[in-house]
Design a protein around this ligand. Sequence first.
Ligand code: SAM
Length: 353
Amino acid sequence: MASDDILSSDELTLVDYPETALQLISPLFSVDKTVYGGRGCFAKSIIPSGTIIHRCSSPISSSIARPFKKEVCHYCFKYDNGKTWKIKRSQQFGKQMCSIVFCTEECRDKFSQEDGEGIYLKNLMLVEKNYLQGLKKHEVEPKEPKDLDTEILQEWEKVGSWEEKLKTMKPSKRESILPRIDESEYLEINYVIGALFSMYKYGNSGITSPEYFQDIKREEQNQFELQYFNTLQSTELEKVRKYPYLLYSYINIYKFLKLTVSEQLQPYINTDEIRCIIGRNLSNAFGIWSEVSDPKEDKEFLGFGVYPSASFFNHSCAPNLVKTRIGNQLVFTTLRDISAGEELCINYGNFFG
Ligand SMILES: C[S@@+](CC[C@H](N)C(=O)[O-])C[C@H]1O[C@@H](n2cnc3c(N)ncnc32)[C@H](O)[C@@H]1O
């Protein structure tokens, strides 16, 4: 459905009008300010119970928790009670073989098709190799800042001078300063890689089509997703204030990324961008949980994905929407009849929502 009333000239690009792009997520709801601060989604007219109001075909980026690396399909997140998937994309580094796994050849091929030149795979493999390399180093005690606000500024400034030194450093020396990362940092880093890859792939495309998200092709949807991603709230500072040790963890992540990613993704790496990418995940990621037949059974946290166009639904303990994951898709359906102007909310449930 065209929405010429929202954007009428072909010469406009939505990159210049992020607020306009937000109104193209769905013809059924608008994204507006809430009375309690921030944005939310509001029904434009009466919506009957059982209506699918939004469908996201894939996350802008996702990350699989390390213990489930061989058991969760990298494309559709299928998990079958701990079964190891045998279909792989791999890269050999000397004696070290690094891989990601898929549940079917179809998923592997879809992944490869979306990756195009193979930049995403290459960077995931570099992360894997350097993660394993780092494990050979001694574990370092996590540092706790003492005067947090001063230290946040000072420590990130120090990263700037560290980067200057890096420019003249020999490759062997760079390898020796590669930080050891833990499993939670590994999870975060793989998500950052996906976000950087989206910036590389979709960052230069000006979207001119004034159509609703649901009516455009997958490739164009990804371009919209990147624009929505850029408008997401980052809560990096709030999180560091709550858990001060994260300051040093995020610096570790930054240094690891700077020393690891390929030349194609290097232009997107700077401290502000990486802090923002991390911060957007903190308040917007959707957990990828194993499916259980009995609700009393414990679900496994398999990883998480960021779906920017679905990130404007706020939380309610009495939600009027339910979120369902079908493979790597997220589908949002009304749980009851909705009145015009009513806010559409999901229940964030567990930690990641
Ligand atoms: C996924 S985002 C939702 C969209 C967000 N309100 C925005 O403006 O981008 C999650 C964040 O929204 C806010 N939020 C969600 N539900 C809320 C609620 N019921 N009351 C107040 N803030 C809420 C919190 O700041 C939370 O971290």
